[in-house]
Design a protein around this ligand. Structure first.
Ligand code: PFF
Length: 456
């Protein structure tokens, strides 16, 4: 007899854990700088449309595949169609590649939080702090390992007692912190210009790049195409309303992304170099611009501690899901105990993260210069391979397998086990036609862009 698979205790547990995976550095670090770069309100609008169409269809597909098969991605695809086992392998591999470098960034967040707690706000606000810190050979690796250890401690306790419990505590705190900080930021004098830029779409700023950037961000933010929603779906009970769960996860994820934009963009408009600063900051927005903004606002210790605690919680619940995806594959494939799989995943992630961390310092010579002249560090390369190449490939093949091989009816039946499938038409149109075309567009354009054949 096979051991009975553990499950979440119910809908709320599942929604909080899956939302915990979705809400992460992608929402708080990546979303605001992308929104600022790609036109503010117009980016937000395009993003919202993509979430309720494309994101919805893919998330339904993945959770239903997980619940139907009751297996982690490799086993799940094998069960659906032997020929397509490799899609599960790629999906699991993506999680395995993301976890190490995600934890390097998680380690930076931990360092920032401790700096704020110990009164180091002025040091952090110095423009050179970030670059100096990440290029150190040892300290960032120590924080990276501590971050992974915290992740391990939750995952090793299992689904209900570890992941669900941690999410039940961290997610509500995260929402409260997000609301407090956003409210503080939008009520600062001078914030109105930023709020307008961020919320009111200006159609003149629309371009195909806006759509591509929003699409890539949507995959990443909703933890799609990396086996996570399949894994979490496999722990969802048959009686829990799958469609409603997916809607709630989307509302959670998008709500936090919108709030993150409200925390960051108006504050930069009011306290730093205005629009130009927000638009040009790029990935440094959270680690370089924001500490300066907090310093200028006053109250920087309090707001810095709250903000980086929020980011830490968001990052932890996401890394927990990444480790869970890796652990579930190790358990299912090699029939190893959960504790052993967790130890293996921990050691691998610590070791594999080291090059990404050293890539900013002693190994900085290992980099690729893209045709636009930008230099990609080891961490950027990992990010590019996973987000811009492997994830679109996984999403593309998943849509094709569901649309044309196993047929969408299989997914619809699974959804209907727990409720009527209200938006089935949307799922069908997206999976069979629109998703494959759009994904090919992201894949081709992001690769051409990296090799300098087009400029995004
Ligand atoms: N969705 C997470 C975020 O927005 O930060 C990131 C993430 C989590 C990516 C889990 C990949 C993943 F497997």
């Amino acid at each position: 007899m096979e051991e009975k698979r553990s499950t979440f205790s119910g809908k709320l547990g599942f929604v909080l854990a899956a939302a915990g995976s979705a809400v992460g550095l992608g929402n708080i670090w990546r979303f605001p700088y992308l929104a600022a770069k790609y036109g503010g309100g117009i980016f937000l609008l395009v993003y919202l449309i993509l979430v309720v169409t494309f994101g919805y269809a893919l998330m339904i597909t993945e959770t239903a595949i997980g619940r139907k098969t009751g297996l982690s991605p490799i086993g799940a695809f094998r069960k659906l169609s032997k020929k397509f086992t490799f899609v599960g392998v790629i999906a699991a591999f993506v999680a395995f590649l993301i976890l190490p470098y995600y934890s390097v960034i998680g380690g930076w967040v931990l360092k920032y939080l401790t700096m704020y707690i110990t009164g180091g706000h002025a040091a952090v606000a110095d423009g050179a702090f970030f670059g100096n810190y990440i290029s150190k050979p040892v300290e960032p690796i120590v924080w990276h390992s501590i971050f992974l250890l915290a992740t391990f401690i939750v995952v090793v306790r299992g689904i209900k007692g570890g992941i669900e419990k941690a999410s039940r505590i961290m997610m509500p705190v995260l929402v409260v912190l997000a609301i407090i900080i956003a409210a503080y930021s939008v009520t600062r004098p001078g914030a109105m210009e930023g709020i307008k830029f961020y919320l009111l779409p200006n159609f003149a700023d629309f371009s195909s790049q806006t759509v591509l950037a929003a699409l890539g961000q949507m995959f990443y933010s909703m933890s799609l195409a990396m086996g996570i929603m399949i894994t979490y779906g496999s722990y969802l009970r048959k009686e829990d309303d799958l469609e409603q769960c997916v809607s709630r996860i989307e509302i959670f994820d998008t709500g936090i992304a919108i709030l993150a934009g409200l925390m960051v963009i108006p504050a930069v408009f009011a306290f730093s170099g205005g629009k130009a600063d927000a638009v040009n900051a790029g990935p440094g927005l959270m680690f370089q611009t924001i500490p300066k903004v907090f310093e200028a606002m006053g109250l920087s210790t309090v707001i810095g501690v709250l903000f980086f605690a929020l980011v830490l919680f968001a990052a932890l619940t996401s890394s927990i899901s990444l480790m869970e995806a890796v652990v579930s594959v190790i358990c299912d494939q090699w029939k190893v105990s959960r504790t052993k799989s967790c130890v293996i995943a921990l050691i691998l992630a610590v070791v594999l993260g080291i090059p990404s961390s050293l890539g900013f310092g002693v190994w900085s010579k290992i980099s690729i210069t893209t045709a636009s002249g930008a230099s990609m560090s080891i961490l950027d390369m990992m990010d590019f391979i996973t987000n811009s190449v492997l994830m679109p490939i996984t999403a593309l093949i998943t849509s094709i397998v569901v649309g044309y091989v196993i047929k969408p009816a299989v997914i619809s039946e699974e959804v209907r086990l727990s409720s009527p499938f209200k938006r089935e038409w949307l799922f069908l149109v997206m999976t069979k036609y629109i998703a494959p075309i759009c994904i090919v567009a992201i894949l081709v354009s992001s690769v051409l862009n990296a090799f300098g054949l087009i400029t995004l």
